[in-house]
Design a protein. Sequence first.
Length: 125
Amino acid sequence: MTLTKTIEVGDQAVHVKEITVAELRQWWAEVQAGESGGDAVDGALFADMALTDLTRMTDLTTEVLDQLTPSEIRLVIDACREVNPDFFAMQERLANIGRSLLSGISNAPSAPSSSAATTTPGDTP
């Protein structure tokens, strides 16, 4: 049975739904293909969720989201977290993997630069 929750945001009811595995797979495929849409505000306003993500978990449209304040949107995100805990846990695991990979890259020993490895005539090794 799909979990749902209805919350009041301003003067409207917002219906939040649990996403299915099939919806999540489709969503992931769109992200991988660069088809998830949105702009910098959409992707960076909140650290844990893009605004377009909310249209997948709720009955909100982009046009309605654009009229909400960040504090109102935060209420919606909190409800999405409550109804979709497994999605957010997966998102955190993927973020941790990404951070680990980046940390490994930044901590890897660097190769000596080509200028440091060359000698000029008269230098003694």
